[in-house]
Design a protein around this ligand. Sequence first.
Ligand code: BTN
Length: 309
Amino acid sequence: MMKRTGVSRMAISKQVRRLRDLGYGIEASPRLGYRLTRRTHLPVADEILPALKTRIVGRSYTYLDSTDSTNSFVRDRINDLAEGTTVVADSQTAGRGRLQRQWFSPPGVNLYMSILLKPAVPPMLAPQLSLVAGAALLKAFHAHGLDDAVLKWPNDIVYKGRKLAGVLCEMEAETDVIHAVIIGIGVNVNIVGFPSELKKIATSIRRELGNPVSRPAIAREILNRLDHEYALWQDSGLRNIVPFINGHSQLSGQQIKVVLPRTTLHGTAQHINESGHLLMRKEDGSDIEISSGEVCLCRNENRTPGRNE
Ligand code: BTN
């Protein structure tokens, strides 16, 4: 083998040690060589890149054992990183959610990933990327048997009323130019022991399907689908994305409360339009377009907002 590949015995055993550290099972037999006996459950590059059919997403891929926040890791290096750069961590020490919340990010169980995009559109269109990511997540979850996964506008993926995943889109821009958008995605994959404040409001793929699932498999599915939805969006905006989202929207037809910085509105959620805004019918029968804000379903009013929910 050494002769054939021109790689030294020492270099091979160094790589074997590296792979074993990543969780691969590798058996060594004298004179025969090495045999792979177990793949790793970690979303490392070796498990992701060979299966990516993407144009942009994942073009560069970094796996970290731990970081404060994958979004912050990317943000600190924006100018040095190419569009599509994807950073995935096994755990985060300061995972962030929307509205300054924390994102519960223990090691060994979930997916925490950030994808750097550099779209050539005006900054006001950047929030649409939350929905682009939402469509990719929905399709990935449906493909893994979670048919009832729905989107809670603008950025939550919910399964039977509990939060399964969230998207945190952050932008670096000047008045009329986007430098970068970081799409941060957190997915509760195999976690079953949620902290008490999340128990009733969060769920995981494992909890819903009843068996552990492969994190690399979910990551591959999400990245491939995100690349596809991003291409669609670059081509025709949300026109070909919102019909799918509206077909899987948790809010449509529901009584909702929208908390805005200076006021709170009540009404019935309608559809999401091609700008990515939520239409709400007010009690006086008029429609209002909501471009951002915290939405609560009125039947869940007694739930306090918290992490991973
Ligand atoms: C939310 O629902 O509030 C958004 C949660 C987004 C969490 C992800 S995990 C990977 C990336 N890094 C972060 O610090 N946050 C996002």
